[in-house]
Ligand binder design. Structure first.
Ligand SMILES: [Zn+2]
Length: 364
């Protein structure tokens, strides 16, 4: 009885002929061609350059030109591709993509499963994969740097603009914190450290004891009155932001001369170091940006009104008056600080955009 597996696929004879059309190992243009061919709705084994023949058991190991991926719907429906190495007439691979392999002895290219050649020649496969990964890493670092180079000027001016704001924030917020916690002796931070303004309701209830007698007890229930925006500005351990920005400005200055043509001439090791430096700068710049954006929200009129209402509420764990009027803050308790001017730089919620590029391009 002839049994035809559900995975059987009739590969046309043209595909099963060797096509020795690649005198030398092709470059990225072939990877792009294969990608476009598949994306256009074609089956990978029908690509004009593919030789759907088993590679010779002996011979020079392949060089992996690049990777290719099946279309998303093919992966979802598990419509895999047949492999010339090990499964020429049955669907076999594609979940994790496949390899575009150049075989120099025959001058052919085969689209094969990601681990296939390893079963013929493990060592040859591993060194070809290591070489592909090295080229992929170099390419991704190169492209990442190119995406950054255009933005260096923008980041320098954003750093300068943020520095003006940070310098004021570094003085103003600790000043508020100090007046509340030191001058007025308010136990503030312990009550706002999770960003919630809580009040405590007390209830008297009657509880029946085991011996049958009853007693009156007080129960306390904490409820959140409001969330407090920008609460980290009042952390007594708050770290100054301007030294971080000054350090960033110095590092950005140091790589300020980098441009597209100097990146092209850089040896791979220098590019690796530069990509790492850019990632470090951007991570740090992003975290200062986030911190400032958070802190500036503290001063919004709505937020200050909530803070004021909570502090004045008799159920709250603190007692002081706090108010924003126009461009000033007033704090009153056992002492009074009236009309502390909010620096001009902190009266905005607008921060310069830093537009951080993706670390890696998503495939396809
Ligand atoms: Zn295979």
């Amino acid at each position: 009885m002839l049994r035809i597996s559900a995975n059987y696929i009739q590969v046309p004879e043209e595909a099963k002929i060797n096509k020795p059309i690649f005198d030398t190992c092709p470059g990225d243009e072939v990877t792009l061609e294969v990608k476009d061919f598949i994306e256009a709705g074609n089956e990978p084994w029908l690509w004009r350059g593919h030789s759907h023949t088993p590679p010779p058991k002996m011979g020079t190991p392949p060089k992996y030109v690049g990777r290719f991926y099946l279309r998303k719907e093919q992966v979802v429906s598990k419509t895999w591709a047949p492999c010339p190495c090990c499964s020429p007439d049955h669907r076999k691979f594609g979940r994790d993509g496949g390899l575009i392999a150049y075989f120099p002895d025959e001058k052919v290219v085969r689209l094969i499963g990601p681990d296939c050649f390893g079963s013929l020649n493990q060592e040859g496969h591993e060194s070809a994969i290591a070489d592909l990964k090295r080229r992929e890493k170099e390419k991704s670092e190169f492209e990442y740097i190119l995406r950054c180079v255009d933005k260096l000027g923008q980041w320098r001016s954003a750093t300068d603009d943020m520095l003006k704001i940070a310098k004021q924030a570094d003085t103003f917020f600790p000043g508020i914190q100090n007046r509340l916690e030191v001058s007025l002796q308010v136990k503030l931070w312990r009550n706002i450290r999770d960003g919630m303004l809580r009040v405590t309701e007390k209830f008297k209830t009657v509880k029946v004891r085991a011996d049958g007698n009853s007693e009156e007890v007080t129960e306390r229930i904490d409820t959140v009155l409001f969330p407090l925006d920008g609460y980290k500005a009042l952390n007594p351990q708050r770290k100054a932001l301007s030294p971080i920005l000054e350090d960033l400005a110095a590092h950005l200055q140091k790589i300020g001369h980098v441009n597209v043509s100097s990146v092209r001439q850089m040896p791979p090791m220098m590019r690796t170091a530069l990509a790492r430096e850019l990632r470090r700068i951007l991570t740090s710049m992003q975290s200062v940006h986030d911190a400032l954006a958070h802190e500036l929200k503290f001063l919004s009129q709505v937020n200050v009104n909530r803070f004021r209402q909570w502090a004045a509420d008799e159920r709250s764990p603190v007692e002081f008056e706090f108010e924003r009027k126009e461009g000033t803050i007033s704090i009153r308790g056992s002492k009074a600080f009236n009309g502390l001017p909010i620096p001009e730089e902190l009266r905005t919620s607008h921060l310069p955009s830093i537009d951080v590029p993706l670390l890696y391009h998503r495939r396809s």
